[in-house]
Design a protein around this ligand. Structure first.
Ligand code: SF4
Ligand code: SF4
Length: 94
C-alpha cells in the first residue's frame, strides 16, 4: 500500500515547478491527485492495490527523487491478482 509522499522533495522539484510531475498520472487506480500547487498527494489510499504484484510500484518508480514510498506489507487483493494473471496470460498468448 502507498505510505507516503515526501512533500519536502516536491516543494523544490523542478518537474513540479514545470507542471510535469509524472506521479499525478502514475496510478491506474486514481489513488493520487495533485493539489492546487501541483504537488501529488494520496487522495484514496484504500484503493491502492500495490500494483504489478509488488515488484514494480508505478508511482514509486515514476518519481526520480524517491519521494513516493510504497510498502509491500499489504498484498494485492486476490481478486485483482487473479484478474492481472488472466490479463498477462492473454497478453503472452496473443
Ligand atoms: S512526486 Fe517526485 S516528481 Fe513529483 S513533484 Fe514530488 S519529487 Fe517531483
Ligand atoms: S502502488 Fe500502484 S496502485 Fe498503489 S498508489 Fe502506487 S501506482 Fe497506485
Amino acid at each position: 500500500m502507498i505510505r507516503h509522499i515526501d512533500r519536502t522533495k516536491c516543494d523544490s522539484c523542478a518537474l513540479r515547478l514545470r507542471d510535469t510531475c509524472p506521479v499525478g498520472d502514475s496510478c491506474f487506480q486514481d489513488v493520487i491527485r495533485l493539489d492546487s500547487e501541483r504537488r501529488p498527494h494520496i487522495a484514496y489510499a484504500a484503493d491502492c492495490c500495490a500494483c504489478h504484484r509488488g515488484y514494480y510500484y508505478a508511482c514509486q518508480e515514476d518519481c526520480p527523487l524517491g519521494a513516493v514510498e510504497v510498502s509491500s506489507k499489504e498484498a494485492m487483493p486476490p481478486s485483482i491478482m487473479e484478474s492481472m494473471g488472466r490479463t498477462l496470460t492473454a497478453h503472452h498468448e496473443a
